[in-house]
Write a new protein. Sequence first.
Length: 558
Amino acid sequence: MSNEAPKGDFIRQIVQEDRASGKRGGRVQTRFPPEPNGFLHIGHAKSICLNFGIARENQARCFLRFDDTNPATEEELFIRSIEEDVQWLGFDWGEDLRFASDYFEQIYQYAEMLIEKGLAYVCELDAEQIREARGVPGRPGTNSPWRDRPAAENLDLFRRMRAGEFPDGSRTLRAKIDMASPNFNLRDPVLYRIKRDPHPKTGTKWCIYPMYDYAHALSDAIEGTTHSICTLEFEDHRPLYDWCVEAIGAKDAPQQIEFARGEVTFMVTSKRKLKELVETKVVASWDDPRMPTIAGLRKRGVPAAALRAFWEQIGVAKNAQTIEIELFEHHVRDELDRTAPRAMVVVDPIKITIEDWPADRVEWATAPRHPNDPSMGTRKIPITREVVIDRADFMMDPPKKFFRLGPGREVRLRYGPIIKCERVVTNDAGEPVEIFCSHDPQSLDPNAEQRKVKGVVHWVSTGHAVPVEARLYDRLFTTAEPANVPEGEDWRKNINTKSLEVASGALGESSLKDARAGDRFQLERVGYFVVDSTGDKLVMNRTVGLRDSYAKAQNKEG
């Protein structure tokens, strides 16, 4: 994590002004409050960096709090994944891990207090009737027939709701605010509903659960949050947030501040759509490397530092943002270019026999693990009679500007000798199956004057090769705005059917035998990869290709 001070933004300015004025005693406390109903995605990383970042900059606390108010959609799996995501991004909540369910009793007691103050009532309308009674924009809603029920009767009914006397959906607790408000969130919103789904943390202790807006605001107040930072879709909810904390008489009430979430082209970040991709088996799981989830990005090999740098450059704004995926990929390449050691893997091998190389001769070339970082050391590459190159690096009838191998042509094996194609064995379809070459002995002599050839190809010694399964991941969608489809059309029509291709017969250089899961490499001339698993065969996921169109465009504009 960089020690440099982050760029200022309007939220940080608010925080600093509050500290300077002594508001809330100059105290700063934030929180990151995910709902454990799915995996976090790339947009959540922005909020994580913002909330934990502000706390870190002010030597303050940031709570990781799970707003677990809907047991029907929440799972322990999601809780664990979210904890892993926050830690992977480089942040630590210390002792400040909380759940809204930790406060269920206190939140319930506040509800009783609201009833006694005449600010809440038990309503017997069902969900559809409540929606209809709220009216339409420009026209006031209709009061519930039970809006003016006496407080004592409301309190008795609410306690009986908690005791489980009534069926699901038959009654709710609603706030008594303003059915004529132009803000629909203030038209007597539901605070509690009856729901008998078992809860991941509380089991079957409760059969009534607080609604998100109510529990979220009160959890902030209970914890002592000073700045409740959320995305713009909650802007219309702010008056309800303020009403909740004021109605309970919260001291030093937290301030809700909204910022624009960041959308990235060629990605979808709707949890509903991500869940659909998993359930319809378009992807293997929530952490599939093609998913925009933080877990998926991690499994694809994206460094946490690259994700942090990406959102730091984008910054915090008040207006909606859609960022080109090329900028994100640029940050990934930039980080990996500096930190990933080099190796050679031939994805689609074709055999080469160097005929004038003795069968028992093995020469060891020394190659840097990183061209610009000597501290990474070197690796040994065996040169033998039989090697493989990538099939794309050979053509039977190459065009003029094809600077790789072809009949009668020469190339240099990277870190190895210059070889010349003497003859080719083909199959019945005329496709090459083996190439026979000669080599230039002088090209291996470090003391000899070296002649230059235009082509350099990567390669692997067959006798020392490490079997590799190369998973060639690509963008999951074919269009920049995959969810933007005409009404009635399936948004999944934009799925890229070639987003994963598996090269099961790839071969890697011998130094990869020591690779471990999570290790990242630049496979020379192929791309950046991460080791997914080890065993009889090394499984490597492609993180991103080598080409950086965004950086080139920036340089051209400059």
